[in-house]
Design a protein around this ligand. Structure first.
Ligand code: F6P
Length: 518
């Protein structure tokens, strides 16, 4: 059993340091006092350059945080995950999404023996999935690819297909249907012709009510429109191949219960991405993620970017008391990144008990939200600059552009830089309305280009940083029991909406039920 962060000797030292130096840290003074601050708090990792220097911490705080991580045996917790130990205790599962991006032919290091048998299956499935993706790409008869899935079976592939727009095969349109709201599926179906459409039904469990309902409706539409050959036009991506067959879908690509839904982009769930960018592009995505895995596995803690970000997250959440993090990708292709990260962070670490089920004495997951820059600047950034709360901002910028329009990209990058600068330097004024206090924190993540490999690295970086803070908090980042309650109640209320039976319901639910029926 590993220590939680609050059980380490560094916890109270960090509290003391926060009270004496952390709470009152002024970034402007910190830069003036330390010519090496940028050099110290910035670093390269595979495909990502990170500037953490405009954050409200100093070297002693970071040193204590690193010692705390060592006390929590973060390295052995990391190695246990990579080795395939059953670290998801409440579901009795290993957590091995990193295995999905391990390149074929790469010898397993001696300390990762448990994963060897699975690796053969992983590569056989990947090869079959990528070969299928290539046949779809070559098939001019298919013009529309519709992914039906929700949560991790939607957010990852949707985000990646948008992000890799510049690499996308021309002549095919990609649609993502997730919501059980029929408006969404209907709006897509009315653009389609059955003989030109490929539906991908993506669901790890193949029981999720939204996805099953949308898949049944899509099948019914296909048949009603005279569609022939379900095996050509419907593919299931699931760990429950039998359930897919029971629905009449015989073309299937499987994966394994040790792949969490929100970590499944790298599995068969990535098929829409593979169709969009091709086998080589998908292998690059995996390659970029693997490079970040290797960085996470081998870099010393003090220069290990996921570790540093995870430590900063704990410092902000538990010492500064910041309860949220705003993500602003300065690239329109990354417009679904905040939604993707929301599930990654909040479904993983939105927990209030530790692995032993003990109530935690400290806060865990921040609220994560965001919008692309520069749009956000003209909406909520006002609050970041002058609001009563301090909200750490994470900027993701991309140095190279992938469009031919002159001037735009430089202006976009200038805006990204200006926001991180303005948040820090502020603008003093005797007029309270105009006074910008500054000293507001931001992190700057920079990719050279938005390409499959760099996207893979960026996502793996975020996965591992969530893992690090989860380990320090002592929680199981890989289950999600909280979402089950509402699912069960919805099944009951669906029947009650049909029958009008409000027996035993609280007055509000009963009152709303009657109104909804009216
Ligand atoms: O709502 C919770 C959840 O289980 C997520 O963790 C998951 O990504 C999503 O539902 C979809 O699940 P599935 O892929 O099994 O349909």
């Amino acid at each position: 059993m590993h220590l939680r962060c609050d059980e380490t000797p560094q916890w109270s030292l960090l509290r003391q340091h926060f009270e004496t130096a952390g709470r009152c840290l002024d970034l402007r003074q910190a830069f003036a006092a330390d010519a090496q601050r940028f050099a110290h708090f910035s670093q390269s990792a595979p495909h990502v350059f990170a500037d953490l220097s405009k954050n409200l911490w100093d070297r002693p705080a970071e040193a204590l945080l690193l010692d705390m991580a060592r006390q929590c045996e973060i390295e052995s917790q990391r190695d246990a995950m990579l080795r395939g130990e059953t670290i998801n205790g409440t579901e009795q599962r290993a957590v091995l999404h990193t295995l999905l991006r391990r390149p074929p032919g790469l010898a397993l290091p001696g300390d990762l023996p448990c994963v060897a048998p699975d690796l053969v299956q992983v590569h056989a499935t990947l090869d079959a999935m990528l070969a299928f993706a290539e046949t779809v790409r070559a098939d001019e008869g298919i013009t529309d690819v519709v992914n039906i899935g929700i949560g991790g079976s939607d957010l990852g592939p949707h985000m990646a297909v948008l992000a890799l727009e510049a690499f996308r095969i021309p002549g095919k349109r990609f649609h993502f249907v997730s919501n059980i709201d029929g408006h969404e599926l209907h709006a897509v179906l009315r653009q389609l012709r059955p003989e030109r459409t490929l539906f991908l039904v993506a669901s790890k469990t193949f029981t999720t009510i939204e996805t099953m309902t949308n898949a049944r409706s899509a099948l019914a539409w296909f048949q009603a429109q005279g569609g022939q050959d379900v095996s050509r036009h419907f593919v299931a991506l699931t760990t429950h191949v039998e359930a897919a067959r029971a629905l009449g879908i015989t073309t299937t690509f499987g994966f394994w219960d040790w792949v969490g839904g929100r970590y499944s982009l790298w599995s068969a769930i990535g098929l829409p991405v593979a169709i969009a960018v091709g086998a080589e592009g998908f292998r690059s995505l995996l390659g970029g993620a693997h490079a970040m895995d290797e960085h996470f596995r081998t870099a010393p803690l003090a220069s290990n970017l996921p570790v540093r970000l995870g430590l900063l997250d704990v410092w902000y959440r538990n010492f500064h008391g910041f309860n949220n993090r705003c993500v602003a990708p300065y690239h329109a292709g990354l417009r679904r990144l905040p939604a993707y990260l929301q599930q990654l962070e909040m479904e993983s670490n939105g927990k209030r008990v530790d692995r032993q089920g003990r109530l935690l004495p400290m806060s865990t997951s921040p609220i994560l939200w965001g919008e692309p820059g520069s749009n956000g600047q003209h909406a909520f950034f006002q609050m970041l600059h002058q609001g009563s709360d301090v909200l750490p901002l994470e900027i993701v910028a991309v140095r190279q552009r992938a469009h031919p329009l002159a001037g735009h990209h430089q202006m976009l990058l200038a805006n990204a830089l200006a926001q991180s600068q303005a948040l820090m330097v502020g603008r003093p004024s005797t007029d309270g309305h105009r006074h910008c206090p500054g000293n507001r924190p931001s992190t700057f993540l920079l990719l050279d280009a938005l390409a499959p490999a760099s996207l893979g690295a960026l996502i793996a970086l975020q996965e591992h940083r969530v893992f690090v803070s989860g380990c320090l908090w002592g929680i199981n980042s890989f289950d999600q029991w909280g979402v089950e309650l509402g699912k069960g109640l919805a099944r009951d209320l669906e029947l009650r909406l049909a029958s009008g039976d409000a027996t035993g319901l609280d007055a509000s639910t009963a009152g709303l039920l009657q109104r909804l029926r009216g």
